[in-house]
Write a protein that binds this ligand. Structure first.
Ligand SMILES: C[S@@+](CC[C@H](N)C(=O)[O-])C[C@H]1O[C@@H](n2cnc3c(N)ncnc32)[C@H](O)[C@@H]1O
Length: 364
């Protein structure tokens, strides 16, 4: 956006789509800070005690006072007329939910705090929201100023096109038929094996239970909130067994993956299945994406090499081989140190994710 380019994005997770739609909106409400302050005022004046979430097990995840205040905030947000403003406020509410629920903030997985800690906590969602909404408004104003300085905004609108799709990348071809082929792609796949690395779906589960899903997209399937695992299950590597033909096709494209899979120890017994299931989906998604790229266009992939059964999966090399097989060339590979990312430190499967690899590829 800083170069006033047309930008298009996609994710399977409605929370990721919501955040991206707020960020990439062409026209935004400049008075969002004041709107945020009036939402806080309305929530403080609300004397009702109705609880505004249908979340199963809500008493496990929230204290009663927290449920009550989050409900006041939700009622106040719903009374805002403009969709972009509501989306901005939902993003702020999502972070408020994360900070005020009984879930531990130290990991991505849903994991309740111990009872004594819950009982001893004294958090007010309205106070947290009030602080966050003014910080978010400032940060957003700064971003729009940068866009204006870069001449990317004209008549208060971002100059070029923007669109974010809620879609499974493996099936994204239809949604970009009007705008593809693309000239540049930047992406970062999940680490592989949602349950033991970064559980994007679980991490979004509590916030999504407080947000009007229709405000994100009319197409959001409410079944995504059927269980805490459902979004991760539908994401890359989440479900569907791998057939022998699929495994052969995958290994034919990446010898490194084949050798790695064959050298895996017998424990954990599902290590092989989890590895192959992720890469089968990964291959399907990258092929679908390459199909929408222009010849000679560039692709920038950021990947983390995770561990499985104590051995590091060479995701960077596997990606490079899968891409070469799909008629792309590896231009260069860079290493980036991760400084501030929250990582499940005690989790052996991600102990090596202190570094990320960035691959620059070109479609032949
Ligand atoms: C490492 S994060 C990357 C986030 C951000 N899009 C980026 O590129 O920096 C991986 C993202 O992949 C998404 N994802 C997983 N499976 C997907 C699928 N089948 N289709 C689209 N997105 C998927 C997850 O929801 C998660 O947001």
């Amino acid at each position: 956006m800083h170069y006033a380019l047309n930008v298009y994005g996609a994710d399977i997770n409605p929370l990721a789509v919501l955040i991206s739609r707020v960020r990439t909106a062409r026209k935004v409400e400049f008075a969002i800070g004041a709107i945020g302050a009036s939402v806080v005022k309305r929530a403080r004046a609300d004397r009702r005690f109705g609880i505004e979430t249908t979340l199963a097990n809500r008493d496990k995840w929230f204290r009663l006072e927290v449920l009550t205040e989050l409900s006041k905030l939700r009622r106040a947000i719903r009374s805002c007329e403009e969709l972009w403003a509501r989306r901005f406020l939902w993003v702020t509410l999502a972070e408020t939910v994360r900070l005020t629920s009984n879930d531990r903030t130290s990991t991505y997985k849903l994991h309740a705090r111990p009872k004594h800690e819950i009982d001893g906590r004294n958090v007010s969602p309205i106070d947290v929201f009030s602080d966050l909404v003014s910080r978010n408004a400032d940060s957003f104003a700064f971003f729009r100023k940068k866009l204006r300085d870069a001449n990317a905004v004209s008549h208060a609108r971002y100059r070029a096109s923007t669109d974010i799709a809620l879609v499974d990348n493996r099936e994204s071809k239809k949604c970009w038929a009007d705008v593809a082929p693309f000239d540049l792609m930047m992406t970062s796949p999940p680490y592989g094996d949602n349950q033991t690395t970064v559980t994007y779906g679980q991490h979004s589960y509590l916030p999504l239970n407080w947000i009007d899903l229709a405000d994100i997209d009319p197409k959001v399937d409410t079944e995504l909130l059927r269980t805490t695992q459902e979004i991760d299950r539908r994401s890359l590597g989440g479900r569907d067994p791998v057939s022998n033909e699929e495994e052969e096709r995958l290994f034919a494209a990446s010898t490194t993956l084949k050798n790695f899979a064959e050298a895996l120890p017998d424990t954990p017994s599902d290590g092989h299945i989890r590895l192959v299931r992720f890469y089968r989906d990964f291959q399907a998604s990258l092929e679908a994406m390459i199909g929408q790229m222009r010849q000679n266009s560039y692709m920038i992939w950021t990947v983390g090499n995770r561990n499985i059964a104590g051995k590091q999966v060479p995701t960077d090399t596997v990606l490079s081989e899968l891409m070469e097989h799909a008629k792309c060339s590896t231009v260069t590979m860079l290493t980036r140190r991760i400084h501030h990312k929250r990582m499940p430190d005690r989790n052996a499967s991600s102990a090596t994710m202190r570094e990320e690899k960035i691959l620059l590829l070109r479609k032949r």
